[in-house]
Design a protein around this ligand. Structure first.
Ligand SMILES: NC(=O)c1ccc[n+]([C@@H]2O[C@H](COP(=O)([O-])OP(=O)(O)OC[C@H]3O[C@@H](n4cnc5c(N)ncnc54)[C@H](O)[C@@H]3O)[C@@H](O)[C@H]2O)c1
Length: 308
């Protein structure tokens, strides 16, 4: 299949491209900036807000993964304002769905966010409106749509955001999902909408893997600070302290039961993976990643040969 990725030069797109290639698909990247790794897929330089470019790049594609958006970091850092969020996230989503519908492409995976639970933010509001657009096209243009709501997944190699691996670990510690797991859910979603017309609204939350059970979280550290941590990761206790990480910090875990049910989603990256990587590689992180500096938008790091 020819799968078009809007914003495919960003972190998620660049993680997805080799995965799609391995599955025998041809990824087509539509982005205003070039991908770091040009070995795979087809790159078309252009904006989702440019209708001619959209038409040219969508033509002949079977499925769209709509990724391009400003996200939380652009708001928090004050890099993008209300107009930017409306233009790219809201109007951009409309442009993508309208063009797909007009060309008869009816399979779309839309990347939303758990930040729809934050309507007090520009980002949250823009994605709520974008989700409404996705649902409108699904319902009234008979499109086959899966909306994914990942929690934060900026990868550790994004040097525009994280100084090093333990900096990223500090953030992951609170509960997060690894970008590889997000990408695996996208691939599973593309598989599902290619096999079956779903005929109903499907919105799925993406979280990572946890060793902690719901019971552990409900009775957190009843035997003293760090006691729940020690139950699973005692051999990493000193290492954790040496990097200034807090064994007593309780992560939040999201309900992904619907995602498991629909997609067979099985996240693999957990605190155990993180600790084992930290022990093995320290602040550089796993070595298979080629680190680069941030891209033109501050939050855009990159990797080549991303698969773990
Ligand atoms: N990164 C996270 O933590 C996170 C969490 C939840 C949801 N999301 C969602 O994931 C998606 C992006 O994630 P990412 O981490 O890959 O972001 P990213 O910033 O690395 O990539 C976004 C890409 O969009 C491109 N882009 C910007 N304007 C464009 C335009 N007009 N036309 C085409 N491309 C354009 C950028 O050049 C960039 O390559 C967004 O939809 C975001 O809302 C991200």
């Amino acid at each position: 299949m020819r799968v078009l990725l809007t914003g495919g030069s960003g972190d998620l797109g660049q993680t997805l491209v080799p995965m799609f290639v391995r599955k025998g698909h041809t990824p087509v990247i539509l982005d205003i900036r070039a991908p770091y790794d040009s070995r795979y897929g087809v790159y078309i330089q252009g904006s989702i807000l440019d209708r001619e470019k959209l038409k040219e790049s969508f033509s002949g594609c079977d499925c769209i993964v709509h990724i391009a958006a400003w996200h939380g970091i652009h708001e928090v850092r004050g890099e993008k304002d209300s107009y930017d969020f409306f233009d790219l996230n809201v109007r951009g989503t409309f442009e993508v769905f309208e063009m797909a519908a007009s060309l008869g492409i009816n399979k779309i995976v839309f990347i939303s966010t758990t930040s729809i639970g934050r309507p007090d933010t520009l980002y949250g509001r823009s994605k709520i409106l974008a989700e409404c657009t996705a649902e409108d096209y699904r319902k009234y243009k008979n499109m086959n749509v899966i909306t994914l709501r990942p929690r934060a997944f900026i990868p550790f190699w994004n040097r525009g955001v994280y100084a090093n691996y333990s900096d990223w670990a500090r953030w992951f510690w609170k509960g997060a999902v690894h970008i590889d797991d997000v990408a695996s859910a996208v691939v599973l979603s593309v598989d599902l909408i290619s096999r079956q017309h779903l005929g109903r609204q499907i919105i799925l939350t993406l979280d990572g893997a946890y060793e902690y059970t719901d019971d552990d979280l409900a009775h957190w550290d009843t035997d003293g600070p760090g006691s729940t941590f020690k139950k699973y990761y005692s051999k990493y206790y000193d290492l954790t302290l040496s990097y200034g990480l807090d064994p007593g910090l309780k992560p939040t875990k999201l309900d992904i039961s619907e995602t498991v049910r629909w997609l067979g989603y099985k996240p693999s990256y957990s605190l155990a993976t993180l600790l084992s990587d930290l022990a093995a590689y320290g602040d550089s992180g796993p070595p298979q990643f080629t680190l680069t500096t941030s891209g033109p938008f501050g939050s855009s790091g990159a990797a080549s040969g991303q698969s773990r």
